[in-house]
Structures are given as structure tokens and as C-alpha cells.
Design a protein around this ligand. Structure first.
Ligand code: AMP
Length: 386
């Protein structure tokens, strides 16, 4: 399947349309990268254990094997001209192995840093970048001491594997820090304790960085979470222009400090006094950047592909204000019922997942309107309910 040498599609680090892009991970992020990439003439092969996964459904070829299965990785490296990962919970060893066999512009180091909360915060802090105050906690005693130092309440998180609030707990007393340490560290998991940040808003910036080090930042989104899952992103974020410029600069600084090729999503807290603290990073397209699909000159998915394939970055310009709302399992029946009468500003994206479980991300809608109008529409179409 790989583009043949007679019709060479690659010159060094540039992969032209016609090249085969391998994607590690079969979720909705990969799906949207593929949908955008097909438009540009790329071909795709995906690797994910689930045979009917969102990205596999739209790829040219899907390899239904586990990420840790050497034969699966081998088949991906064989089939693809260039490989990208679309999620962090894949073992860095597999990515290191792939990197030796195939072009993998994001690199394994970015994955190693961003898949481990403690390493991520230590790396950012070492570069002088502002992060939520934190401590590594390796025993119940350390947890107790760190809770006293950071102040209460504070938040204990597993260093790896957590997402959408899984593997994290609010700590209200030093004693609780010790007991929750014992609970969360079961199975030898490493833990991090963070100060609880009384933020004014949660913001994020997705920034692209190309192979030559050039960067392009998408507009800042304000993110509203519900039950620890992203509920809604509002763009432009209702904040001062000066704060928006600082948030974008911070995201570019992170991309440069980590030597990103591809995308980095920087989630941050805006404090009452105007300071920005980085909460978390994602080295790939991000849920809070889904609005770019319909509202920007270039989507985050196309931009990701451009960066990975060594093409010039596209314009991240916002064409219209937008609000993105996630469609969870419980929202899907109501949305489908209202679909025939949706207002024209509503763009619907569904990910092809068969089972609409409560809390599962089934799709998203982007409302091409300012926040006030969008909020009315969201209520009308039942995306407000928990
Ligand atoms: P995370 O998985 O780290 O992105 O956390 C999920 C959500 O929990 C964040 O978007 C915040 O709403 C909240 N959260 C996480 N860490 C903190 C913190 N240190 N202080 C306050 N809220 C937090």
C-alpha cells in the first residue's frame, strides 16, 4: 500500500498527497484527521484493537490489533509512509520501536512527556513556564506533607492513564491525603498532588508547529466542563484581548520548549488576578479545538496533517464566532429527533460509534453564532441536560 519508489511522494521530511499516513489510535480525532486528509488526497491506515472504530471506518485500511502487539506495529510501519499518534495512552516503547522503522514526526519524546502528568509539569516548570503548583507524592507521608505545603483543598491525580476526571480526587485534609494516596496508588500507580486552583475561567489554545519551527495558534477557547468532561467551548473566549494574546504566546512557548511537530493543546486556568497557569497538555488535536472544523480557515485536523507531512501551515483565522458542544450518549436520541428542524447555524458531527452509553462522546455540534444566540439554541435542542 505504501507509495511506491517509482512514484516517490516523499522527499526527506515532506510527504506529499498520495502518501499513506498511518494513525495510531482509532478514535474520533483520527477520524476527523482522515476526513480532512482525504480531501487533500492522502491515504490512511489505522491501528486500533477495535475493528469498527471511528477512524477505521473512514480509513483506506484498518489493522485491528492491540497497540502492544508487535505484529500490529510492524504492519503499520510497513503500510505507512509517515505515522502519527492521535492519543497519548499508547506505550512510548511501541512508538519508539515504530520511530526506528518509519517517519514519526511527532516523536516519542513528546509522548513520553505528555502521557505522564508529573513529567509534563516538571518539564514545563524547568522551562520557566507557569504550571499549577504541584508535588510528586511517593508515600502516604509525602502526600500528607505535600498537602500541608500546597494548602487545602488540593487535588490528587494519577500520573498516567487518567482522562475526563478519571483517577483524580479532591483532598480536604492532610489525613485524607494519606488515605486517598493509598487508594489511588493501588497497582503501583505514580501520583501527583496539585494545589486546587480557584480559577476564573478555563481556557485552551491549540497551536501547530511545523518541521521548520514555525508556529500558528488557533484562537483561545473558553471551556466549560461538566462532571469533569468538556461540555462546551466558546470562541472567541470572552476575555480581554491582552489575556488572549498572553494565552496564545504561552501556548507557542510550550510548543517551542517541547520541540513539537504537529499540534499541542494547552489547557490553562485563568486566575482572578489575570495570571495563567498550565493545567494539562495534549500532543494532538483536542476536543476544545473541534470548533476549528467549521469556524476557522484551516481546521486543527488539516493543520495537524500539514505539520506532520511537512507542508506549510494554514491560516488559523476565525471566520465566525462559534460554540462547540459535545454530544454525549444521553444527548443523542434527543438530538436525532430534533435534527430535521435544526436551525441552519448548527453543524452536526457524529463519530459512528454504535453504542450510545451515558457520558460517552458520540459527536459534537458547532453553532456558528455568538455565545448568547448559541446558548439559546443549545437549550432548544436539549444539549443542556446532564
Ligand atoms: P484534568 O484531567 O487535569 O484536565 O482535569 C479535569 C478538570 O478538573 C479540569 O478541567 C478542571 O475543571 C478540574 N481540575 C483539574 N485540576 C484542577 C486543579 N488543580 N484545581 C482546580 N480544578 C482542577
Amino acid at each position: 500500500m505504501k507509495a511506491t519508489t517509482e512514484r516517490k511522494r516523499s522527499t526527506g521530511r515532506v510527504f506529499l498527497p498520495g502518501s499513506v499516513v498511518g494513525i495510531l489510535g482509532g478514535g474520533q480525532l483520527g477520524r476527523m484527521v482522515i476526513l480532512e486528509g482525504r480531501k487533500m488526497g492522502y491515504r490512511f491506515v489505522t491501528l486500533d484493537p477495535a475493528s469498527d472504530c471511528p477512524a477505521g471506518q473512514v480509513a483506506d485500511r484498518h489493522i485491528a490489533r492491540g497497540f502492544d502487539d508487535p505484529e500490529g506495529a510492524e504492519a503499520l510501519a510497513e503500510a505507512a509512509d509517515v505515522i502519527a499518534y492521535e492519543f497519548e495512552n499508547v506505550s512510548a516503547d511501541v512508538v519508539k520501536r515504530l520511530e526506528r522503522k518509519a517517519a514519526l514526526p511527532q516523536g516519542s519524546r513528546l509522548l513520553e512527556v505528555t502521557q505522564h502528568r508529573l513529567r509534563e509539569k516538571e518539564t514545563l516548570a524547568a522551562g520557566g513556564l507557569p504550571v499549577t503548583p504541584f508535588r510528586a507524592v511517593r508515600s502516604p507521608q509525602e502526600a500528607e506533607r505535600a498537602a500541608k505545603e500546597l494548602g487545602l483543598p488540593c487535588v490528587m491525580k494519577t500520573a498516567t492513564g487518567g482522562y475526563d476526571g478519571k483517577g483524580q480526587r479532591l483532598i480536604r485534609s492532610a489525613e485524607e491525603a494519606a488515605s486517598i494516596w493509598t487508594e489511588l496508588s493501588a497497582g503501583g500507580r505514580e501520583l501527583i498532588l496539585e494545589a486546587f486552583v480557584p480559577f476564573r475561567k478555563e481556557l485552551s489554545v491549540v497551536v501547530a508547529r511545523g518541521i521548520g519551527g514555525e508556529t500558528a495558534a488557533f484562537p483561545v477557547a473558553e471551556n466549560i466542563h461538566r462532571d469533569h468532561i468538556l461540555h462546551m467551548s466558546i470562541v472567541p473566549a470572552p476575555i480581554d484581548g491582552e489575556i488572549a494574546r498572553r494565552a496564545e504566546k504561552l501556548a507557542r512557548d510550550v510548543a517551542r520548549h517541547l520541540g513539537v511537530v504537529g499540534l499541542i493543546a494547552v489547557e490553562m486556568f485563568l486566575l482572578e488576578d489575570g495570571r495563567l497557569l498550565i493545567n494539562e497538555l495534549a500532543p494532538r488535536p483536542h476536543n476544545s479545538g473541534h470548533y476549528t472544523y467549521d469556524a476557522c480557515a484551516t481546521s486543527q485536523f488539516e493543520q495537524f496533517l500539514r505539520a506532520i507531512c511537512g507542508l506549510p501551515l494554514g491560516s488559523p483565522r476565525l471566520l465566525t464566532p462559534a460554540v462547540m458542544v459535545n454530544v454525549l450518549g444521553q444527548h443523542l436520541p434527543g438530538l436525532l429527533e430534533k435534527l430535521p428542524s435544526l436551525p441552519p447555524q448548527v453543524k452536526v458531527h457524529l463519530y459512528g460509534k454504535r453504542e450510545a452509553r451515558h457520558g460517552r462522546k458520540m459527536g459534537h455540534v458547532t453553532i456558528l453564532a455568538d455565545a448568547a444566540e448559541a446558548l439559546e439554541i443549545i437549550q432548544q435542542i436539549g444539549l443542556w441536560e446532564r
